[in-house]
Design a protein around this ligand. Structure first.
Ligand code: SF4
Length: 449
């Protein structure tokens, strides 16, 4: 019953996404939205004094060609554009150094675009980052299959990069041509093999629902990737936006996508095949060797609660003041702003300042019958994704970090916890014993399947 509902909802979402592209003004609206992202406004990022552990991701907005499904604000790589960009990112790092002081960064990730096109520039930026901050976490880089070779791998390893994300999308040559990729399936497989062989923790991304794709081509792609023994696979649904080449063709009726029913079948095949080959899953992410994954699932820059994005078209989120801001989408505005020693922010909000936040903690403390400082401490622990590694809370560790037992964490209102947990326990989604509280992944997987 639940599976049927999930499948119907999925089909509905796929059809709705395609319908949006057929609306005549959708493309113009999308273009205007992108244009509005070009401004630079005076906004001082509000970041707490001690920001140890903040993750950083850096956007490298250059590619070899424009992919037919890509909605990102990237441009074709030329040395004349890349050189000043590398220098501008280094200036932005220096602006943050003046603001953050001697803090220790968590994970660092180079996103794109295609950072591997200018891997020497990436290493230059990394050296500058290291000369300003200590990097306590891991370093990851997104790479393009056609760029992967021994020289690049060795240089990245020497620079301390331990994780790579290779966006393959498919190994089917016809599908790759349709996406306007500059590599074929064999090149992609060889690139993955080399990365795994060199010892990088390697992630790849496969797209589901592309024109010409069938259940059997998805299955063949998965079998190829399984053979490479790589550790992590994202299987992403194709989202078509009106301002992409595929979005335009769809609006003109010049391209056919697989029926939504078949796309849902592709998802089911993916799930069955990867799980029966030793992968575990969390939503669209499949991974092997859970221990190596650990808390680093967040390395690709998504999902971490405290992230600073540098470069054009990046977003930053700063808890607990609920601050969020985004850098300009415009290459020219970005270079101009940092050269004038201004943060290149296009839009930002801080819902709370430090004083408002302290008042909220104090009030919550009164309600819960605990000290306001304890509210802050417990909340910080509860928001830390590392606490939920393995989808399991270790009761002893929880008590050590929050100063309260799991059943007492809400102070006076702790009597509510059994009511909140009861339905989840009754459905066997949550299991609890004297040592841990655990989410039952088998039940979740069955629902997803
Ligand atoms: S390589 Fe990635 S970022 Fe570049 S155009 Fe293709 S999808 Fe977009």
């Amino acid at each position: 019953m639940i599976a049927k509902l999930v499948q119907t909802a999925l089909r509905g979402m796929i059809e709705a996404n395609r319908a949006i592209c057929r609306i005549p003004i959708a493309r113009d609206v999308m273009k205007r939205a992108m244009k509005s992202g070009e401004a630079v406004i005076p906004f001082e990022p509000h970041i707490p004094a001690n920001s140890d552990g903040v993750c950083v991701y850096i956007n490298v907005p250059f590619c070899r060609s424009k992919c037919t499904y890509c909605y990102l604000n990237t441009s074709i790589y030329t040395e004349e554009r890349a050189k000043p960009y590398v220098e501008a990112v280094k200036r932005e790092i220096s602006l943050y150094k003046a603001k953050l002081g001697d803090i220790e960064l968590g994970d660092v990730y180079f996103r794109g675009g295609t950072p591997s096109i200018l891997w020497e520039g990436v290493i230059d930026i990394l050296d500058h980052l290291r000369s300003n901050f200590k990097i306590a976490g891991e370093i990851g880089v997104k790479v393009y299959p056609g760029d992967v070779n021994e020289e690049m791998c060795d240089a990245l390893l020497d620079a301390g990069v331990s994780r790579v994300n290779i966006g393959v999308q498919s190994f089917d040559d016809e599908l790759l041509k349709g996406m306007n990729k500059r590599y074929d399936g064999d090149t992609a497989i060889k690139a993955i093999e080399l990365l795994v062989d060199k010892g990088f923790y390697t992630t790849t991304k496969l797209l589901i629902g592309c024109p010409g794709q069938t259940v059997s081509s998805v299955s063949s792609d998965l079998k190829k990737v399984i053979e490479t023994d790589l550790q992590q696979i994202y299987t992403l649904p194709l989202l078509i936006l009106p301002n992409t080449a595929w979005g335009v063709q769809l609006a003109k009726g010049k391209i056919e996508f697989p029926p939504a029913r078949e796309v849902v079948e592709m998802w089911r095949t993916t799930f069955d095949l990867l799980l029966s080959n030793g992968y575990e899953t969390r939503a669209a992410l499949y991974f092997k060797n859970k221990k190596a994954l650990g808390e680093r699932e967040y390395l690709t820059g998504h999902g971490h609660p405290f992230v600073i994005g540098m470069g054009v078209e990046t977003e930053s989120t700063v808890p607990p003041t609920l601050t969020g801001y985004a850098n300009t989408f415009s290459f020219e505005e970005y270079i101009k702003a940092v050269n004038e020693d201004r943060f290149p922010v296009m839009m930002g909000v801080s819902i709370l300042n430090q004083r408002q936040l302290e008042n909220i903690y104090r009030l919550a403390g009164l309600l819960l019958g605990i000290d306001g400082k304890d509210v802050e401490r417990r909340l910080n622990v509860l928001m830390d994704p590392n606490l939920y590694t393995d989808l399991r809370i270790d009761k002893e560790e929880f008590e050590e970090r929050t100063g309260a037992k799991t059943e007492e964490v809400l102070g006076n209102l702790s009597f509510l916890i059994p009511f909140l947990l009861f339905p989840l326990k009754a459905l066997r989604i949550i299991e609890e014993d004297s040592e841990k509280i655990k989410i039952n992944t088998d039940v979740i997987n069955r629902i997803v399947a």
